[in-house]
Structures are given as structure tokens and as C-alpha cells.
Design a protein around this ligand. Structure first.
Ligand code: NAD
Length: 249
């Protein structure tokens, strides 16, 4: 039997990159999937490609109204939502002094407030489904710092912490909440980065969106004793430094 048969999933930022891979893998494993994104054309194209298992709903994760609409559409088309993947996110490069306050707030609004609004909007639906799983896509930037990425790092650490608070709040409703921490993954978000960013990793290459999607599948389908925890998909990037060699005699 397929691993997500009978489940209803909502994937934000599902039109491209990691979210698109999650939509495909979840649909292949039998889930009904509501794809949400601000990219209407890409979202509709994915819906056509994946067929009856999916629907698309244009929704901005920063809008409470859009969240209410998305949950209503998911319930109308498929039934109560039992898996939420808070994947939509943006990156903003700039040092602490260079980053414009409006840009800093925008990153927090999309990457942190968005998932929080999503958990609030989806929790009643999950309760009526008899429980569920929420996966918050953080980053290795939610486990360590990066130069010139202050807003992004703050948002992803925030999302990691929010995951733990949500796991505690929602446990009584049989809702598990975990965070996923990808390292460098080849998507439109990282299109401008070359392979050199991965040279000090034990697995010295970019990951694929499918490798993250398979972790999401494991967490949604099989990880029944995990909640509030972090799951890293980073080629070993956060394992330690490979720069120092042992001293020579
Ligand atoms: N690619 C990486 O190396 C990497 C590494 C770690 C974490 N991540 C995280 O993974 C997630 C997916 O990233 P990706 O690499 O696929 O990026 P991407 O830019 O390819 O896709 C992000 C998607 O989110 C959507 N989105 C952005 N703002 C939105 C909003 N306000 N409302 C709804 N949708 C919105 C975009 O339209 C896009 O479809 C993000 O949260 C990102 O921070 C990515």
C-alpha cells in the first residue's frame, strides 16, 4: 500500500523547488495534495501534470485570509487536512548593517509568521481528521549562523523554536510537529550559487529537492515516535570542519 494513501496534505510554496518535489512524492504515495503558492502559472502547471491527486490554490502565506481560503478549499476538495508542509520561504542577502529594516521584516513575515499562521489555520482541520503532522522547512541556517544572512538565519532559528512550542501545544491532539533542515539544495533559490559552497561538506555536492522530499515523506508516514525534533538533510554540512589536518611529527 502507498505510504500516504487517504491522507490530505497542504504544501506551501509548492509550485517549484523543494515544495514541488514534496508535492510529486506525496501524490505518488497516494496523498491528495493542495498546492499553494503565489506563483499561479507554475502552480497550475504542476496541478495539471500531477492530475486528480492535486489542486492548486493561489495563497500568500503571510495572509490570514488566504490561509482560511486554502484550508476551506482543501477540505471541500479532499477532506480534513492531516499533513501540512510549511515550505514557502525567501532568502535575503546582506550584512546586519546593509539589510534594510523592511526587508528584514519581510523575511520574518514569510519564513516565520507564515508558518505560524499556517499551523493556527490548519490545527482545527487536523483535529477533525483525528490528528496530523506538521513539517516546518527550516534550514541549516536554523542550526548555525551564516555571514550576510542575518534575516534568514533569524527566521529559520525562529521556526525551529516555534516547532518545539507547537509540538508541545498540539501533542494532545495527536499532531506531531517537526522541523526539516536542508543544506544547499539545487532549486531556483540557489540558482546563483556555484558548487564551491559544498566543498567542505562530507558529501561534497548540492542535494536534490527529491532528497528533501523523501525526508518529508518519512516524517509524514513513518516517524510516529518523533515530535519537536530536527531532521537534517545537508550532506553533512553541519557535522564539523574538514579544514584542519592532524599535526605532522
Ligand atoms: N534551496 C536550498 O538550498 C534551501 C536550503 C535550506 C532551506 N531551504 C528552504 O526550503 C524552502 C523551499 O526553498 P526552495 O529552495 O525550494 O526555494 P524556491 O525559491 O525555489 O521556492 C520557494 C517557493 O516559495 C514560494 N513563496 C515565496 N514567498 C511566498 C509567500 N509569501 N507565500 C506563498 N509562497 C511563497 C515561492 O513562490 C516559491 O515557489 C524555503 O523555506 C527555503 O528557505 C532551501
Amino acid at each position: 500500500m502507498r505510504k500516504l494513501a487517504g491522507r490530505v496534505a497542504l504544501v506551501t510554496g509548492g509550485a517549484r523547488g523543494i515544495g514541488k518535489a514534496v508535492v510529486r512524492v506525496f501524490a505518488e504515495e497516494g496523498a491528495s495534495v493542495l498546492i499553494t503558492d503565489v506563483l499561479e502559472a507554475e502552480g497550475r502547471a504542476l496541478q495539471e501534470e500531477t492530475g486528480a491527486a492535486t489542486r492548486f490554490c493561489g495563497a500568500d502565506v503571510t495572509s490570514e485570509t488566504d490561509w482560511a481560503t486554502a484550508v476551506t478549499v482543501a477540505e471541500r476538495e479532499f477532506g480534513p487536512v492531516s499533513v501540512l508542509v510549511n515550505n514557502a520561504g525567501v532568502v535575503e542577502f546582506g550584512s546586519i548593517e546593509e539589510t534594510d529594516p523592511a526587508a528584514f521584516r519581510r523575511v520574518l513575515d514569510i519564513n516565520l509568521v507564515g508558518p505560524w499562521l499556517g499551523m493556527r489555520a490548519v490545527a482545527p482541520s487536523m483535529r477533525s481528521a483525528g490528528g496530523g503532522v506538521i513539517l516546518n522547512v527550516s534550514s541549516t541556517a536554523g542550526l548555525m549562523g551564516y555571514a550576510s544572512l542575518g534575516a534568514y538565519v533569524a527566521s529559520k532559528w525562529g521556526l525551529r523554536g516555534l516547532t518545539k512550542a507547537a509540538a508541545l501545544d498540539l501533542a494532545a491532539d495527536d499532531i506531531r510537529v517537526c522541523s526539516i533542515h536542508p543544506g544547499p539544495i539545487r532549486t531556483p533559490m540557489t540558482a546563483g550559487m556555484d558548487d564551491s559552497v559544498t566543498i567542505s561538506q562530507p558529501i561534497a555536492r548540492f542535494g536534490t529537492p527529491q532528497e528533501v522530499a523523501r525526508m518529508a515523506l518519512f516524517l509524514a508516514a513513518d516517524a510516529t515516535y518523533s515530535t519537536g525534533s530536527e531532521f537534517v538533510v545537508d550532506g553533512g554540512a553541519t557535522t564539523g570542519s574538514m579544514v584542519l589536518n592532524p599535526p605532522q611529527d
